[in-house]
Design a protein around this ligand. Sequence first.
Ligand SMILES: Nc1nc2c(c(=O)[nH]1)N[C@H]1C(S)=C(S)[C@@H](COP(=O)(O)OP(=O)(O)OC[C@H]3O[C@@H](n4cnc5c(=O)[nH]c(N)nc54)[C@H](O)[C@@H]3O)O[C@H]1N2
Ligand SMILES: Nc1nc2c(c(=O)[nH]1)N[C@H]1C(S)=C(S)[C@@H](COP(=O)(O)OP(=O)(O)OC[C@H]3O[C@@H](n4cnc5c(=O)[nH]c(N)nc54)[C@H](O)[C@@H]3O)O[C@H]1N2
Ligand code: SF4
Ligand SMILES: [Mo]
Length: 687
Amino acid sequence: MEGNIFRTICQSCHTNCGILVHRDPEGSISVEGDPNHPMNRGHCCVKTSAIPEIIRSKDRLQYPLRRTPTGFKRITWDEALSFAAEKLGEIRSKFGPLSLLRCIGAPVSYQCRDGFRQFLGEYGSPNTTGAANLCMVPRMTAFRAVTGGMRAEPDYDQTRLVLFWGTNPLASERFGSYSAYNGFNRIIGRLKERGVKIIGIDPFRTKTVRLADEWLQIQPGSDVALGLAMIHVIIKNSLYDKDFVASYTTGFEELAAHVQSCSPSWAEPLTGISRGTIEDLARTYATTKPAAIYEGNGLDMYANGVESVRTVAILIGLTGNLDVPGGNVFLPFASQSPLPTKPTPMEKRVWYDKFPLFPEVPFTAVKESLLKDEYQRPRAMIVHHSNPVLVQANEARTREALRKLDFIMVTDIFPTSTSEIADLILPMTSDFECYGYRAYSSTEGGFLALARPVEKPAGESRPVFEVEYELAERMGFHQDYPFHGTTSWIDFMIKPSGVTFKQLDEEQIVYATPPVQYRKHVEKGFSTPSGKLEFFSRIFAEKGHSPIPAYADSADEIRDRRALSNKGFPLLGSSRRPGRFVHTRFKNLKSLSKSYPEPLAWIHPQDAAERGIREADTVEITSPYGKIAIKATLTEDTSPGLFWIDFGWGNPTDGKANINVLVNDQFFDPVSGGTANRIFPCEIRKA
Ligand SMILES: Nc1nc2c(c(=O)[nH]1)N[C@H]1C(S)=C(S)[C@@H](COP(=O)(O)OP(=O)(O)OC[C@H]3O[C@@H](n4cnc5c(=O)[nH]c(N)nc54)[C@H](O)[C@@H]3O)O[C@H]1N2
Ligand SMILES: Nc1nc2c(c(=O)[nH]1)N[C@H]1C(S)=C(S)[C@@H](COP(=O)(O)OP(=O)(O)OC[C@H]3O[C@@H](n4cnc5c(=O)[nH]c(N)nc54)[C@H](O)[C@@H]3O)O[C@H]1N2
Ligand code: SF4
Ligand SMILES: [Mo]
């Protein structure tokens, strides 16, 4: 801190920009971007205008609350932790340690990623669940199957072609997974200056698509067909990287045989993209060297998401674009300690037999186990930094499933639809009232940055790691705990990187690895069972999945559009995230909601005209699973028959419609449990 300026990071979304928080003598707060943080280089987004309100909002949870027959009652921290220890202890003795679930949200901060992780291990449960089945982890699972590693990031500053595939980074501020390239906000500008070709693959004309040189308007959920057809063209025309394929891959022969029937003509009716365009795309990607693909969350939320992304990973390898300058690169990342230090074998997870390749318990498995009343179903859930009631498919079934639990404890900073159903609510300090840290990757090296408190905690709110440790202490789980509060958590986590909390506090940004090294496979191979890039996955075959990505349905009912129409659901709905919010957050904050007070349904003028719907009319949207009322707006950024609804409303503090009321949760990705939150059949009527 210099005077009244705090140099810290924003953790409202995954980008984790560097910010400078100013506090004037009267205590009023303003925020600007940190010019010296590599992620954003001084830029900051509209969401930072909400920071003063996040800190001071009167909606903030101020003290622990316990459910009583007549509503929530304020209790002390001592009472809250005794109650939690008593309930969790009782459940552990009666049903065993595997009966506990930890449910976390999108790990926008490491407090979210790590809160109650050690506690779960000490309790003896391997059951972490949350938003993972809908976000990033399906993509990571696909990449791991092919490359043995994490996702490989685009090397934007050296590439000659970028495919933005199922991603809208201009709205999501997400150009990579925690990677910083001298200001993420300047990436597109730099690409344009160098004349790099940009192609967007998206069903909708988004902000990113508008800036692209080409737009492939794909049918939702059909990316696996596009990927397979591209592989077909590349192999048929001998456009693959023969040296790389010969030296570093296995399963090429099987892949070539597998895609023989996947011609562009086969993919045309599935994807809605002409065979000529598919052929051109495959040729352009294979012959423009080097080329990079950034695949996004637009692929996760379908029942075939893992297959789609496996084709993307194969394309990157087949064309020799993996871990080379300007291709998709495994960037350096600071080492961190593993948590929990005492893990329970993952084979003991809920529904491990059905989802052995997924690193967590898909929320889908949690729901089905609860709703089927399985003998060894979960009994207690710690919901930390997450809002499963609103974010998972089919809100009614999610609520019904969670009602089966004997004890739900929720930590949050605001009341939510999930805290409403809790037995115990614990108020947390916000990201701006406690320390935190983040590791970033970049071509210049992996680095760490510190988040620091800029204000005292709201009400009686407390940092999660203190609360977690005290709960562990009350249950006798604390003896081997590697930390007892926030700063000791940071020191423990970053120890393997050689950096300390003190050093981060003094320097704010500390590089912990050397710059990127390309072609690491030449010396080390890949971390797959064969040590090579696997076009054919024996692990997938062993677990009963297709060893090579196969065309699969993206959602249940949408296969037969005519049958759907006959049932009264002629339209397809999808989901959209307005850039000024993050998921279900911020709708209660005036600074952001004033100019965007409610969710909208974005409808093509032709569909609207057929139904007598005009701009700003309230419409009723019905799917086979539920019904919502919402305001309509007309747009030509989609095609007739397909419309968008804004995702993220439905908390008691906003009182608006939740899109996930309309979504099917019983048809899911067989590898990740991912549901098709981005597609559902429906009909719209003027209300
Ligand atoms: N239909 C549809 N469904 C979707 C999506 C979609 O696009 N469409 N997106 C999906 C995706 S990608 C994701 S990642 C998930 C998001 O799923 P979640 O991450 O579960 O959703 P959030 O709304 O971000 O919930 C985070 C909660 O953490 C709280 N919080 C904020 N700061 C703190 C803190 O410091 N401590 C604690 N304890 N709590 C805090 C917030 O108030 C909020 O209630 O939703 C998924 N669901
Ligand atoms: N402002 C803001 N920023 C955020 C978030 C937020 O809520 N608000 N959330 C954060 C989180 S948790 C995540 S996961 C990231 C997501 O960030 P991105 O990975 O960039 O994903 P989205 O922004 O959801 O954009 C996905 C795009 O895929 C398109 N799409 C939908 N279906 C399909 C399909 O079947 N095929 C193809 N090819 N495209 C499809 C959508 O139209 C959309 O344009 O953003 C993060 N950043
Ligand atoms: S909310 Fe905005 S300022 Fe904060 S990390 Fe995300 S992009 Fe950066
Ligand atoms: Mo996400």
